[in-house]
Design a binder for this molecule. Structure first.
Ligand SMILES: [Ca+2]
Ligand SMILES: [Ca+2]
Ligand SMILES: [Ca+2]
Length: 187
């Protein structure tokens, strides 16, 4: 059960995520939107969709989409309204730790592999910023988010730290969860 304040926090964060996916900005999200986002991410990092990293990302997106659509596409039209998207995120991933680890985490891991261009297990600020630019996060928010998450000021985030922040962002109902600032302090 979530309180009204927890639900409001979740809705606010889920709506930001909806904005990331609604590539054509027509107010609903569908598979094509998600693939467009994936293609933009791959282009930003110079990967093809058929490379190992590209395949991992696109497969992760298919799994994610299948799970959220089956939880939320009430009218079966293949599109999710913001309201359906909230329902889907909560039903498929937030109230189900198993759903998160099976159908959401693989996509997030694929994103991290893409960002960690040299494969040393760390993401630097330039890579972090490039990813956030694809998500249309405002420049000042991108910089603030990186600083907040890079707690030891090393200029890098480990993939583990980034995955923890993502997990908190997408699922935590705690207003003080550090990962809430992933897409900017205003969220
Ligand atoms: Ca759309
Ligand atoms: Ca629908
Ligand atoms: Ca790296």
């Amino acid at each position: 059960m979530t309180t009204q304040a927890q639900d409001a926090l979740l809705n606010q964060k889920i709506d930001v995520c909806f904005g990331h996916i609604d590539a054509d900005r027509n107010g609903t999200v569908d598979r094509e939107d998600l693939f467009t986002l994936g293609a933009r991410l791959l282009a930003e990092f110079g990967e093809s969709a058929t490379s190992p990293k590209g395949t991992l990302l696109m497969n992760g997106m298919v799994t994610f989409w299948t799970a959220i659509a089956s939880a939320a596409d009430a009218d079966g039209d293949g599109r999710l309204t913001p309201e359906e998207y909230r329902t889907g995120m909560k039903g498929a991933f937030i109230t189900s730790a198993e759903g998160f680890s099976q159908a959401f985490r693989p996509m997030l891991e694929a994103v991290c592999k893409l960002l960690d261009t040299d494969g040393d297990g760390e993401v630097d600020e330039k890579e972090f910023q490039a990813w956030q630019r694809v998500f249309r996060t405002a420049e000042e928010d991108r910089a603030a988010a990186f600083q907040a998450l890079d707690a030891d000021g090393s200029g890098k985030l480990s993939v583990g730290e980034l995955l923890d922040a993502m997990h908190q962002y997408y699922t935590s109902t705690d207003p003080n969860a550090p990962g809430n600032v992933l897409y900017g302090p205003s969220n």
